[in-house]
Structure formats: structure tokens, C-alpha cells
Design a protein around this ligand. Structure first.
Ligand code: CA
Length: 441
């Protein structure tokens, strides 16, 4: 009787899923760390001429690319917490880098597992507690190392687990681990794999084989790289009241706010006069960043090649995103945190041949609380009511959403933290406008 009941439930489930043209596909969710939309070909920025992401561009050209996906807090841990819980930071409690998500609150893998999936989390986790809601995990401790990383896997002792040291660059190692898991998984179930690169997070350390990539290329500068307060640029929100924060606000490429010393950390001669100093820092910063991006892009191809080799490429939804945006010298900033476009926007690409129209573009106003509901919906699961985001599966299938938000919320909590000088702020963004309130020191 029990068996009959489960067969009946599965049949009903498949019917529902079939109505949308999706029958429990495998789900490969790839996320990198700080890979911003400016550093893609497909998003058409000033860097597109460098062809920085041919493999990701190909996925986007064969699938759907999103122009208006935003995080609700542009920093690693809170963004990841919203993805795992489908909730805003005020609800899941992860307001800053100290936040943690315990296994009881790892709702996304819990719900996808309930739908009959095998679940795995491989790479950068950064939510501190054991990723125990996944069937398998192999994660970097904290930020993890760029080279010869150690990982903690679910089969190796009690949490926080013994570590295993690997040889090589983290992007290559994490991909090796994912391919190994894919090869050896239980193939009787569909899978949900979260594959999280550490790259291109600072301080942008690439695999050795990319050392000469772009070496002789002049990286295009943003046209506002030199729009600095000393030259009259900025507003009260980036200069402070009566210019009180000009030397300390934000993280600059130039010497303006130099508490992090980007130039020094990148080995640029501090005696260089301006604008040569800013230009030299920018060139080295971007080359290192783009070399890391290249490593991510090449490893995405390795994952795609594996899916093809196993014959499951057509039956796997591939999603690529980054945990938030990043400033690549625009307005003289580097780093993220700001609610401005470069920090708040997340890249988002979905590839699923057969169900998603090739080359489609979407400008629906999405935020990272919507990822979990969408993934659960794709898997044929039930989206819990406590999730605050909404599924946009209809959009993926070329249909119109019945109702949708017209503004998305943002809040950065870490007032003037890390010597980067970003004030706490909160605001909303519509399709046309943005309203931001800044905390005064
Ligand atoms: Ca990040």
C-alpha cells in the first residue's frame, strides 16, 4: 500500500511538472565569489572586447540571461544566507559576515531533498555551521585558500571535520571535487549540486597558467575612474557632510581612501605620481581579477564537458551566478558593499535546452531570496510559506508572472567596517529609480 501510494504521488508530481515542460531535471547551481556583470562578454560592458567569459557567454546565448537580479546585501555571507533560506537578512538573522546558518535553517537543500533529489554542496560555503542538510558536502573552511586549498568533507570525522589538503588552484580543485562527486553519485535520483568557486574574490590570485593572460593588453578603463572627490565629483553620500568623509569613505583604486592600500598590496610603486598611480593599480588589479575569471570560465567548460560526456547535458538545468557584484574601478571604487549598481547587481544565467528559449533576455526585478523558491519549484517541490522570495519558473519557461514586485529592498549593516569606510545604508530600487538612506556617523 505504501509503495502504491508513493507511486501515485510520484505520478501526480510528474504530471504537475510536465505541465511546465520540466520533469525533474538535474540542477547544477554554479556560484562564483565577486564575479560582477562588468566582467562578462555577454553583459556587454567595456570589458566585453577582451572576451573574458567565452564559455559562460555560450551558456547564456543558448539560454536566458537576466539583467535585473539583485542581492539584498552586497557581501558574501548575507547573500549566501538569503540564497539558502529564501529569506531577507532581517528574517534569517544573517546581517553581516559573523552570521551563520545552522542545518535546521538550510531550507533550500532540505526542500529539494524532500522532492526526491540527491543534494551536494562543494566549494566555498561561508555560513560557518555544518552544511548538514546536504546529502554530501566538501567545503572550504571560511574563505579558504586560493592555492593548495584544504576542504572539509562530510565523510571525514565530526564537524568541523578533519581537513584534506589538495594540490592546485582552488577553482581547479573545486571542479575536480564536483566531477568526482558527479561520477560516483547515486544515479537513480536527479541531483542538485551547488558548486561554489572561491574566485575571483580578493586578492585575485590566479592559477599559474594564466600568468601571461592579458599581460600585454591595455585593459579599458571606466570613463569615471578619475571622477574623484578632489576633482569635484561625488555626492553627499560619497563625500560626507561638508566633505567630512572624502578621505575615508569607500575603498578606492587611487590613494584617496587608502586604508586597504590596494596599490601596495598589488606591488605598485607608491612614489608614482597621479594619475599614473591610479592607472597602474587599475591595470594590475584588473589583470589579476580577469585571470581568476578566466580560470572560473574554463572550469565551467569542464563541468559542461562532463555533463555531455555522461549524456545528461540536455537534462540538466545549469544556473550561473555570483554572490554579488563588484566595483572594478568605476567611480574610483573597488570592492562591493554599496547599493550602487556595480555592487548590488548579480550576474544570472540559466541554461536548459528544450524548455528555455535560446538567446532570451529577461529584465524581471529579481532578488536573491527568489533563488530558493525557484529551484524548489523547478525540482517539483513545495515552496514553504516562510520563504519570502517568489519562484520565477514561469519566466524561465517564457510565460508571464501573475504578479511580481515593483521594487527590491537592500540593506548594508556593517557601518564603516573593515577600514573600507562604507556607511550602513538601506533602500529600494525600482526598474527606474533608487532611494537610499545612509547612516550618519
Ligand atoms: Ca562575495
Amino acid at each position: 500500500m505504501k509503495r502504491l501510494l508513493s507511486i501515485a504521488l510520484l505520478a501526480g508530481f510528474a504530471l504537475t511538472a510536465d505541465a511546465y515542460g520540466v520533469d525533474q531535471p538535474n540542477i547544477l547551481f554554479i556560484m562564483s565569489d565577486d564575479h560582477t556583470t562588468q566582467a562578462f562578454g555577454i553583459y556587454g560592458s567595456r570589458l566585453a572586447s577582451l572576451n573574458p567569459t567565452p564559455n559562460l557567454d555560450k551558456l547564456a546565448n543558448e539560454g536566458m540571461i537576466f539583467s535585473s537580479v539583485f542581492c539584498n546585501n552586497s557581501i558574501c555571507t548575507p547573500s549566501r544566507a538569503s540564497i539558502i533560506t529564501g529569506q531577507y537578512p532581517q528574517t534569517n538573522g544573517v546581517l553581516d559576515l559573523m552570521g551563520r546558518i545552522n542545518p535546521e535553517k538550510q531550507y533550500l537543500p532540505q526542500e529539494i531533498k524532500k522532492a526526491g533529489y540527491l543534494t551536494a554542496m562543494i566549494g566555498k560555503w561561508h555560513l560557518k555551521e555544518e552544511p548538514a542538510a546536504f546529502d554530501y558536502y566538501n567545503v572550504l573552511p571560511g574563505q579558504g585558500r586560493y592555492h593548495d586549498p584544504v576542504t572539509r568533507d562530510s565523510n571525514n570525522g565530526a564537524w568541523p571535520r578533519n581537513t584534506t589538503e589538495h594540490t592546485g588552484h582552488s577553482s581547479d580543485v573545486i571542479t575536480d571535487l564536483s566531477i568526482d562527486w558527479l561520477k560516483n553519485r547515486d544515479k537513480t535520483k536527479p541531483f542538485f549540486l551547488m558548486h561554489h568557486f572561491k574566485a575571483p574574490h580578493d586578492l585575485f590570485s590566479n592559477a599559474k597558467r594564466y600568468d601571461s593572460y592579458l599581460e600585454d593588453t591595455e585593459i579599458p578603463e571606466p570613463d569615471n575612474l578619475y571622477d574623484q572627490p578632489a576633482r569635484g565629483f561625488g555626492s553627499i553620500s560619497t563625500r560626507g557632510i561638508d566633505d567630512s568623509l572624502v578621505d575615508t569613505i569607500g575603498a578606492s583604486v587611487s590613494r584617496r581612501c587608502n586604508t586597504w592600500g590596494l596599490g601596495k598590496r598589488l606591488g605598485i610603486d607608491e612614489a608614482l605620481p597621479e594619475p599614473g598611480f591610479t592607472s597602474a593599480v587599475y591595470q594590475r588589479f584588473l589583470k589579476r581579477y580577469l585571470r581568476c575569471v578566466k580560470g572560473v570560465d574554463d572550469n565551467v567548460k569542464r563541468l559542461v564537458d562532463y555533463l555531455k560526456e555522461e549524456g545528461i547535458y540536455e537534462n540538466t538545468i545549469i544556473i550561473y551566478t555570483g554572490d554579488q557584484g563588484y566595483f572594478l574601478g568605476e567611480h574610483d571604487f573597488f570592492d562591493k558593499r554599496w547599493m550602487y549598481e556595480e555592487g548590488m547587481r548579480m550576474p544570472f544565467i540559466v541554461h536548459y535546452p528544450g524548455s528555455i528559449e535560446q538567446g532570451s533576455r529577461c529584465d524581471l526585478l529579481i532578488n536573491n531570496t527568489d533563488f530558493a523558491p525557484t529551484l524548489i519549484d523547478i525540482a517539483g517541490g513545495q515552496v514553504p510559506e516562510y520563504m519570502q522570495g517568489k519562484s520565477f519558473k514561469r519566466t524561465l519557461l517564457g510565460e508571464k508572472e501573475k504578479e511580481w514586485r515593483d521594487a527590491t529592498y537592500y540593506r548594508y549593516w556593517m557601518h564603516m567596517a573593515h577600514n573600507l569606510g562604507n556607511p550602513a545604508h538601506f533602500g529600494i530600487r525600482t526598474d527606474k529609480y533608487k532611494l537610499i538612506f545612509f547612516l550618519r556617523s
